[in-house]
Design a protein around this ligand. Structure first.
Ligand code: 5AD
Ligand code: SF4
Length: 422
């Protein structure tokens, strides 16, 4: 989501005559787009700002801005404590950037962290400055109304709002014209996309119908909202990728309730059953948090058993990080020690590696369709891409090009990658 926001920011500035450069040493303006979701994401930014301080010593005209969630959360601290910061701009104020830059040029600080109920940057065409030309993100909504007890997003990104379907479809049409082969529709909670007369299922169908050669993905689904209608639309269109990211967060109903996730373990598993029934062979991934407030060994075992029961193909796994002002920070005690959190996370990771490896076995020796996205990091002779199930495949380049659909027969795998030999 932040990658896509940066593309919107680039667009706002490019329209005013700026160009994107790749080296901070040559920049007149550096914007760091920040994340507040866990404390270590914020810690990294303080380190980056220290680097920019030395660049500014060499080039006093350099302007430095902090944008995104951390700007929203820490406006005062950033302005008061960080001499190096000239601009502080929240996620709903990017249109103001050119004016704020002018303010900095006239010797003031440029600050706007106002949240909006309407802003969706609907008609702004993102400048995809770091793109592979194959795969693109398209935001369909912003903000979140869910109020999970641990999460800072509703505070930093504001209330949920949906972008007009017409502007979404126009953006995808342009991407098709530009030769893109895959779009990922983005929202904190895509299932609650709503426009009068257009639900998320309907939007998904409209996007899928634009071109059979354009793959469609989406993220993130919320277990309490993911409807059978969406599953049936996925089943109906070959170009909608058979992969669902369905964050569970925990396998313990008691913890889920404390987290304010509004579903039980059983209800989550019911959704998994629906996916398996409508979309056999669909991959399922998740987000998991280790060591949430009051989590016992028994709760943790429930998370491990949920993982086994679902057989996730992939997971993002985190240690619980208390975020100021969230319900969890205000009301619960962060009472699981760092050691226990780390040990539980490690157990989750070890199990997920096993499950990821197991999930790849059915593809070995079969032929799968891969959209080639780029050169393999290890070899210029190999390409990598993903299957419809979002499995990464590395394969010999042969006569294929980036952006091609290629039929590949993986011969072996690691827990992260399917590998085809020449
Ligand atoms: N601590 C740890 N992980 C968190 N996430 C969100 N907030 C926190 C937090 N305070 C994780 C959730 C979410 C993902 C985007 O980040 O798993 O789904
Ligand atoms: Fe945060 Fe929950 Fe919203 Fe996701 S659904 S952004 S975890 S509040």
């Amino acid at each position: 989501m932040n990658v896509n926001d940066s593309e919107v920011v680039a667009s706002v500035l490019v329209n005013r005559g700026y160009t994107v450069c790749s080296e901070p040493q040559t920049a007149d303006l550096i914007l760091v787009n920040t994340c507040s979701i866990r404390e270590n994401a914020e810690q990294r930014i303080w380190g980056r700002l220290a680097e920019f301080r030395s660049l500014k010593r060499k080039n006093p005209a350099l302007m430095v801005g902090v944008i995104g969630c951390m700007a929203e959360r820490l406006k005062e601290k950033l302005i008061e404590q960080e001499q190096v910061v000239d601009l502080v701009v929240g996620p709903d104020a990017y249109r103001e950037l050119p004016n704020l830059v002018q303010m900095v040029k006239s010797g003031q600080k440029g600050v706007n962290v106002e949240l909006s109920r309407e802003e969706t940057y609907a008609e702004i065409e993102p400048v995809r400055y770091d793109s592979n030309g194959v795969s693109a993100f398209v935001s369909i909504m912003r903000g979140c109304n869910n109020m999970c007890a641990y999460c800072v997003v509703p505070y930093t990104r504001g209330a949920e709002r949906s972008r007009s379907s017409e502007s979404i479809l126009n953006e995808v049409r342009e991407l098709i014209k530009a030769g893109y082969k895959e779009v990922t529709l983005l929202g904190q909670n895509v299932d609650s996309y709503s426009e009068p007369g257009c639900s998320f299922a309907q939007l998904l169908e409209k996007v899928a119908l634009l071109s059979p050669d354009m793959r469609v993905r989406f993220s993130t689904s919320h277990p309490k909202d993911m409807s059978d209608k969406v599953l049936h639309v996925m089943a109906k269109y070959r170009n909608i990728c058979k992969s669902i990211h369905l964050p569970a967060q925990s396998g313990s109903t008691r913890i889920l309730e404390l987290m304010n996730r509004t579903y039980t373990r059983e209800e989550y598993l019911e959704r998994i059953k629906a996916i398996r029934a409508v979309l056999p062979g669909c991959s399922i991934s998740t987000d998991l948090i280790a060591g949430f407030c009051t989590e016992t060994e028994e709760d943790h075992q429930q998370t491990l058993s949920l993982m086994r029961e679902v057989g996730y193909d992939f997971a993002f796994m985190f240690i619980y990080s208390e975020r100021p002002n969230t319900k969890a920070a205000r009301r619960y005690k962060d009472d699981v020690s760092e050691e226990v959190k780390a040990r539980r996370l490690n157990e989750i990771i070890v199990l997920q590696n096993e499950l990821s490896l197991k999930g790849k076995q059915p593809y070995i020796g079969k032929t799968v369709e891969v959209l080639a996205e780029g050169y393999s990091k290890k070899s210029g002779e190999k390409l990598y891409g993903r299957t419809t199930q979002n499995q990464v495949v590395v394969f010999p380049k042969g006569d294929n090009h980036i952006g091609d659909y290629v039929m590949v027969a993986p011969a072996r795998c690691t827990s992260a990658t399917l590998i085809a030999e020449s």
